[in-house]
Structures are given as C-alpha cells and as structure tokens.
Write a protein that binds this ligand. Structure first.
Ligand SMILES: Cc1cc2nc3c(=O)[nH]c(=O)nc-3n(C[C@H](O)[C@H](O)[C@H](O)COP(=O)(O)O)c2cc1C
Length: 186
C-alpha cells in the first residue's frame, strides 16, 4: 500500500510540512509508505478557462490541455491507495498552489470514467493557520468541498493553528495510523 501527501507550502521545514510529516509518520507506523510532494516546486499553472463558455477539453475529454506537471501528478494520485492534502491557510483559504492544482483536478474529474482511480480513495485534508491562527476551520471546509467534488472519500479534515501545532501533531500521527486501515465505502 502506498500514500501520496500533497503539500501546498513551499517550506519543506515549515508548519504545514510538519503537520503532513506527522500524518505520514502515522501511515509509516502501519507499514504504509508515503511520498511527499511540495506543489510550489512543480509547474502547475492555473486553469485557463479555455473556451468562451469557460470549459475546454476537461469537459469533453476529461483532460487538461496545459502541458505541465498537472497530469503526471494526477496519475500519481490515481496510483496511490491513500492521499493527504495539506495546505497552509492563506486569507482563511487554500494556498495558491493547492488552489491551482485542485481547480484543475475537479474539472477533469467530472465524469464517472474520469474519476477512475480517484473515486472512493480515502483522503485526509489538513489546513495549517500558521500566522495569527485564524481561518483554519474555513479552509478545511473549502478543502473538503473541493475534494468531495473530485469524488474522493474524504474521511477526515484536520484544522491546525500555530498555537496547537504540537497537540495536533500527535492527533495527526494517530489519524495517519487510522487512515492506513480505514475501509473504502461499501
Ligand atoms: C498570503 C498569506 C496569507 C495568510 N493568511 C493567514 C491567515 O488567514 N491565517 C493565519 O493564521 N495565517 C495566515 N498566514 C500565515 C500562514 O498560514 C503561515 O505562513 C503558514 O501556515 C505557514 O506554513 P508553512 O510554515 O508551511 O509555510 C498567511 C500567510 C500568507 C503568505
């Protein structure tokens, strides 16, 4: 079993990375290896809203016309048995890199066929408010809506604020261990 952890922060040693690493450690405790991807290090453009009606090949062919790292990451996600989406909280919302990736992913996940490998995959979302500490509840709500729209089985969302990062690190490790074994829906 393999997991993919997608992190929307640039900082490999930052608070979002620490939270994601705690969850990955919980997976590892159960023998599940996790690869961590830092989105700002990849080339993932924002959606171009190609046609006049706002759609593009995403609607008719379930793929994106932009040739960047989006498609390869989508395929890695498909192959993973579990996935984690960890975003820093920016303006009580997702980071721009997480937004860019998920904006495009939900477009290419519209039809049942295009959700192959995504649908019902157990995922956990994390949002880390590392400044004043506000906005994590709003960010996880938004993240959950988008991940559900992509067809994932969103099994948990963990809001974190700078002031409780240490506490939540323990919770996230337990959540990772639990994620390793939680069953997809019947
Ligand atoms: C553009 C921007 C907006 C931010 N908005 C918030 C916010 O709404 N609430 C908050 O607590 N922190 C906010 N922060 C601080 C980030 O949440 C904090 O830098 C981040 O959690 C740190 O994560 P990292 O260490 O992984 O980079 C903001 C930071 C930036 C750059």
């Amino acid at each position: 079993m393999q997991a993919l952890v997608i992190c929307g922060s640039r900082n490999r040693d930052g608070q979002t990375a620490q939270a994601a690493a705690a969850l990955a450690q919980g997976l590892a405790d159960q023998g599940v290896g996790a690869q961590v991807v830092f989105l700002p290090e990849l080339q993932v453009e924002r959606c171009r809203q190609c046609d006049a009606d706002g759609w593009g090949l995403c609607r008719t062919q379930g793929r994106c016309t932009i040739a960047d790292d989006f498609e390869s990451l989508r395929q890695r996600l498909r192959r993973a048995d579990r996935a984690v989406f960890a975003t820093p909280v920016y303006f009580a919302d997702l980071s721009e890199s997480m937004r860019a990736f998920l904006d495009r992913l939900r477009r290419v996940c519209r039809s049942e066929e295009d959700r192959t490998g995504m649908a019902d995959k157990p995922v956990v979302g994390i949002a880390v408010a590392g400044g004043g500490g506000g906005g994590a509840p709003q960010a996880v709500l938004r993240l959950e809506q988008i991940l559900s729209r992509c067809g994932f089985d969103v099994v948990d969302m963990v809001p974190v604020r700078r002031q409780n990062l240490t506490l939540k690190t323990g919770v996230l490790r337990l959540t990772g261990a639990w994620l390793a074994h939680c069953a997809p829906p019947e």
